[in-house]
Unconditional design. Structure first.
Length: 290
C-alpha cells in the first residue's frame, strides 16, 4: 500500500521509517528540506517535492498542531481521490479535527484522528500507543497502517482520540511536576534522588515520570525526552479547556497549566518538556542531579 507521510520530525521521521520497514510504499514530505533528505535516505522512503505529491490512498500526518494539519490538508485535498483516508497522528484540538472531517468529506475523503503516545524510539520500533477515532469502517482501514506503528485502541467518534491524547498529556504533566516537587522536598531533607526513586517506584507513588522521565532524562542532566515543552503546554491547554467544558472540578488541571505556562515563559525557546524540572529546581534553589 502506498502511504503519504507529512511531518518528519522526532516522531514522524521514525514512523515513516517504520512503515517503510514493514513493506509500505512511503512517500514523505517535510517543510525542512534537511529533515526530508534524511528520511529519504532510508530504504523504502521517497521524498516529495511538495504536499501535492503526497497524494495516496492513505496519508498520515504528524504535525505540530491543528493549524499545520489544516494547512497541509488544504493543499492536499484537491489532489486526493475520493475514498482516500487522512490519519492525523499528532495532537490537535478536537474541534479542529471535526472541522477537518467536514472539509475532507466535501472531497469524498475520510479522516481518522489517531494521536500517539510514546517516545521517538518507540516510534522507530513500532511500540507506540495509538488512540484511533472516527467512523468504524474508516478506523478499520486505518488500522492496516497504524498496526505497524504500535498498539491501536479504538476510542470513539471523530475527535475522541485528540480529546483523550490531551487529557492523557495533562495527567502526564501533573505527574511530572508532582514528582519533581516531592523529590525536591526530599532533597531538602537530605534524601538522595536515586534512593527516593527506588522506593517511589516500588510503592504506590510510581508513575511514568518517576519510572522513566526522571531517571532517564533528568537525573543524568540530559533533559532529552524528545518532546518539546511548548507542545506539552499546547496539550495541557486543550486538556484544561475540556475540563472546563465538562463543568467539573479542575483544580489540579489549572494549577498544572499555570505552572507550565510560567516555566514556558522563563525557559529557553525549544526547551524539552522535562526541563520543567530544571525550572522547579531553580525556584527551589536545589538540584536533583548529583
Amino acid at each position: 500500500m502506498r502511504v503519504g507521510c507529512a511531518g518528519l520530525g522526532a516522531m514522524g521521521g521514525g514512523m515513516c521509517r517504520r512503515l517503510a520497514d514493514r513493506g509500505f510504499d512511503v512517500v514523505a514530505y517535510d517543510v525542512d528540506a534537511g529533515v526530508a533528505a534524511e528520511a529519504g535516505a532510508h530504504p523504502g522512503v521517497r521524498t516529495a517535492a511538495g504536499v501535492a505529491e503526497l497524494a495516496a490512498p492513505v496519508v498520515v500526518t504528524m504535525l505540530p498542531d491543528g493549524a499545520a494539519v489544516r494547512q497541509v490538508a488544504g493543499e492536499l485535498l484537491p489532489h486526493l481521490a475520493a475514498g482516500s483516508l487522512i490519519i492525523d497522528t499528532g495532537s490537535s484540538a478536537p474541534e479542529d479535527t471535526l472541522a477537518l472531517g467536514s472539509a475532507a468529506a466535501a472531497h469524498g475523503v475520510s479522516v481518522v484522528d489517531a494521536p500517539v503516545s510514546g517516545s521517538p524510539a518507540a516510534a522507530r520500533a513500532g511500540e507506540l500507543t495509538l488512540m484511533a477515532a472516527g467512523e468504524p469502517g474508516d478506523v478499520e482501514r486505518a488500522e492496516q497502517v497504524l498496526g505497524a506503528l504500535g498498539t491501536v485502541y479504538r476510542v470513539g467518534p471523530l475527535g475522541a482520540g485528540h480529546a483523550l491524547k490531551a487529557l492523557n498529556n495533562l495527567l502526564s504533566a501533573v505527574n511530572l511536576a508532582a514528582v519533581a516537587e516531592v523529590m525536591l522536598a526530599g532533597r531538602a531533607f537530605g534524601l538522595e534522588p536515586a534512593a527516593m526513586l527506588e522506593v517511589i517506584n516500588a510503592s504506590t507513588g510510581r508513575n511514568h515520570a518517576s519510572q522513566t522521565k526522571l531517571p532517564d532524562h533528568v537525573l543524568p542532566g540530559t533533559f532529552d525526552s524528545g518532546f518539546a515543552l511548548r507542545l506539552m503546554l499546547k496539550d495541557i491547554r486543550i486538556g484544561t479547556s475540556l475540563l472546563d467544558s465538562a463543568g467539573g472540578p479542575a483544580a489540579f488541571g489549572h494549577a498544572c497549566r499555570n505552572l507550565w505556562e510560567q516555566a514556558h515563559e522563563e525557559l529557553p525557546a525549544g526547551a524539552d518538556n522535562v526541563e520543567v524540572v530544571r525550572w522547579l529546581e531553580h525556584a527551589s534553589g536545589r538540584e536533583l542531579r548529583a
